[in-house]
Design a binder for this molecule. Structure first.
Ligand SMILES: Nc1ncnc2c1ncn2[C@@H]1O[C@H](COP(=O)(O)OP(=O)(O)O)[C@@H](O)[C@H]1O
Ligand SMILES: [Mg+2]
Length: 435
């Protein structure tokens, strides 16, 4: 079959690279893609937001399956648009995508499915939110804008004063626009964060290995928030036993609740979790693969991704064999442009990609790259996702950074501590003693 991947980041490169390895797949197209997907697949110069052109391309080129990367397209109804044309597409429809695009929808769904999450209240006007904050104890609390706000709509507040300021910003000054028409105010949770993703057809779920990402820009989880500076899988904070618990008590009840509420969920169900002393709690759901979590997951997945996604689209995931994973951990280090996540320059030629590719068990996934005059140049803030497998996580980290070292362009930088949290945890628990 022919497959179309929509998007242009590291996640989409990893998906295209993995799909291309399937014996079921003939051609893999990526719209619009980047310099890396041009090499591993075929780029199609259609903007990801142009649904009509994408649909036309799919019909004219015998694409049997379309896979959507970015959440904004799902929230904008790309799946509905394709289904209307009887085209096979992997991802939730617009209604189901509210699990990510509306924090209020998500929290109410979690409550209705009895899924463990922080205690919360929903407000649709700033005055009642203020009154609530003033009336309750002055403790740390989290204020969330309801809608998509490019990862900035959640404000973790140390005290009442900060919470009142957050309400002001979101609901009065409307710094995130209509995303702030409603608010969620919720209890602050403590612990380590982890991501557990599952693929579901709306009835059956296939849980993937746990992963962990690094959102803050600088080492030691400091600095401004980014799209993600690195990721690794597995996440040792999620034990096998806990993964089963999460499947049974988080993922399964969520899929059931979606179905019961009349909006069955097909696609990637990505649980952002806080592993608290009382057990895992859902912080949020995303409705697509994470970027960069997707990169280490695809490095480790041995099963045929095309077969899994194809089955999910047809509602026959129950007939898929259990997934096979490379037992070795994978680490992805995001290499960024100078200035990211603020302003940055583009168009620098990238050197050393071939040397990096020669390092064993390394794959350099491209994100913000393009081809200019036959040369790979930077074209985004997050430029590459250098991903490596290793016999243990420290080894995977070492390999990834060895590959990063080969690559250069003016202003190139990355975090130096990707996966250290996992390495420290394993060192402390002694599990890494012999490796
Ligand atoms: N209840 C909470 N307690 C503590 N931290 C939280 C809570 N909710 C969110 N956070 C922090 O804020 C980050 C962003 O929140 P999240 O709900 O994932 O929103 P988004 O990814 O859409 O910005 C989380 O990764 C977590 O670090
Ligand atoms: Mg999040």
């Amino acid at each position: 079959m022919n497959v179309l991947v929509i998007g242009s980041g590291g996640r989409e490169h990893a998906l295209a690279w993995k799909l291309k390895q399937s014996s079921l797949v003939d051609r893999v197209f990526v719209a619009p893609g980047n310099a890396g997907t041009a090499e591993d697949a075929e780029n199609v110069p259609i903007p990801e937001t142009d649904f009509a052109q994408l649909i036309k391309f799919v019909k004219e080129n015998g694409v049997d399956l379309t896979v959507v990367g970015p959440e904004a397209l799902l929230a904008a109804g790309i799946v509905d648009a394709f289904r209307k044309e009887k085209l096979r597409i992997f991802g939730p429809n617009r209604e189901a995508a509210q699990l990510e695009s509306s924090k209020v929808f998500c929290k109410q769904l979690l409550r209705s499915g009895n899924v463990p999450t922080a205690e919360f209240q929903v407000f649709s006007d700033p005055e009642s939110a203020r009154r609530y904050l003033v009336d309750r104890e002055d403790v740390p609390i989290v204020v969330k804008a309801d809608g998509l706000a490019a990862g900035k709509g959640v404000i973790v507040c140390k005290n009442r004063e900060e919470a009142l300021e957050a309400v002001e910003r979101i609901a009065v000054r409307k710094v995130f626009g209509a995303a702030g028409n409603r608010l969620v105010i919720e209890e602050m949770l403590h612990g380590e964060e982890a991501s557990v993703l599952a693929i579901t057809d709306g009835k059956t779920i296939v849980t993937l290995q746990p992963a962990q990402d690094h959102k803050p820009a600088y080492d030691g989880d400091t600095g401004p928030n980014t799209g993600g500076m690195g990721a690794y899988s597995p996440a040792p904070v999620v034990t096998d036993e806990m993964l089963h618990w999460i499947e049974a008590n988080v993922l399964v009840p969520t899929v059931h609740a979606m179905k019961k509420n009349g909006c069955p969920f097909q696609g990637v169900l990505y649980a952002g979790l806080m592993i608290t002393p009382l057990g895992p709690r859902v912080l949020e759901y995303n409705v697509r693969f994470g970027d960069p979590e997707c990169q280490p997951l695809m490095m480790r997945l041995k099963s045929d991704l095309a077969a899994i996604l194809d089955a999910a689209v047809d509602g026959r995931l129950d007939r898929i064999e259990s997934l096979e994973w490379d037992p070795r951990p994978a680490v992805c280090v995001v290499v960024a442009s100078e200035g990211y996540p603020g302003e940055y320059k583009k168009g620098f030629p990238i050197h050393g990609l071939e040397e990096a590719a020669k390092i064993p068990d390394v794959k350099v996934f491209h994100a913000g790259t393009t081809i200019r005059d036959g040369q790979v140049v930077t074209s985004g803030g997050r430029v590459l996702g250098v991903t490596a497998l290793g016999d243990n996580i420290a080894r995977a980290k070492y390999q990834a950074y060895a590959a990063v070292k080969c690559i250069s362009w003016p202003g190139k930088w990355c975090r130096k501590d990707i996966a250290d949290k996992a390495i420290n945890r394993l060192t402390q628990s002694g599990a890494n003693r012999n490796s």
